[in-house]
Design a protein around this ligand. Structure first.
Ligand code: HPA
Length: 234
């Protein structure tokens, strides 16, 4: 296959080597307009806005993933395989699971447990918890500490089910998982399979066990820390 792909109408060379990936297309536009110099819209198929510009002189792209592993699975596969993208950094919110994480905290997903069948395609007959790129994780930890932020680093849980009746979050809590979101495991599996680099940087927007949650306004300010870490390592 070549470009354009079924889901991305950008031309060859339109994306930088590093793509920041929020879930929400409007957030993609917000990031491009707020942080990038000279952002150019390179994709708008299905309203999944993708931009390329520069940050402190570095060429960086931002494109939305949509929600869930099927969606990030498509976009990350096409960016890695057909647009020469080397690094994808997911920037999103997550629900807290561990007692040690609180709303506004920044969590780096070292590995991603999942209830998704995405990894079955490779024919491995067991359980896989894909992990992030150590290079990106190491850079992100250093960048965060440089900003006076101590990140929570550990396993996260990429669930296919937002309204979940199974009680899986309790099991994850017992196993020391920090937080839940819906995309990292698909992104990490594609990166592993394709020899690329991925990291999920999350802000805790709500907590599944304490019931704490952020207001829309608070989400915006804490989002800034996560974004600045991602841009620093891009
Ligand atoms: N579950 C899944 N994804 C999320 C959550 C959650 O509780 N909070 C923010 N993203």
């Amino acid at each position: 296959m070549s470009v354009p792909t079924p889901h991305i109408t950008a031309k060859e060379g339109d994306f930088a080597r590093t793509v920041l990936m929020p879930g929400d297309p409007l957030r993609s536009r917000f990031i491009a307009e707020t942080y990038l110099d000279n952002p150019v819209l390179v994709n708008n198929t299905r309203g999944v806005q993708g931009y390329t510009g520069t940050y402190k002189g570095k060429r960086v792209s931002v494109m939305a993933s949509g929600m869930g592993i099927p969606s990030i699975g498509i976009y990350s596969y096409e960016l890695f395989s057909f647009y020469g993208v080397e690094n994808i950094i997911r920037v999103g919110t997550a629900g807290g699971i561990a007692d040690t994480v609180h709303i506004r905290d920044v969590v780096f997903g070292m590995s991603a447990y999942t209830n998704s069948n995405f990894g079955r395609q490779y024919g491995f007959d067991g359980n896989v918890a894909p992990c992030c790129s150590f290079k990106l994780l190491d850079a992100a930890v250093r960048a965060a500490r440089g900003m006076g932020i101590e990140p929570n680093v550990g396993a996260i849980y990429s669930s296919d089910i937002f309204y979940d009746e199974s009680g899986s979050a309790k099991v994850m809590k017992k196993l020391g998982v920090l937080a839940t979101e819906m995309e990292a495991a698909g992104l990490y599996l594609n990166a592993a399979r394709l020899g690329k680099n991925a990291l999920a940087i999350c802000t805790i927007s709500d907590h599944l066990f304490t019931g704490e949650s952020l207001s829309a306004e608070e989400r915006q300010t804490t989002f800034t820390q996560m974004m600045e870490i991602a841009l620093e390592i891009a």
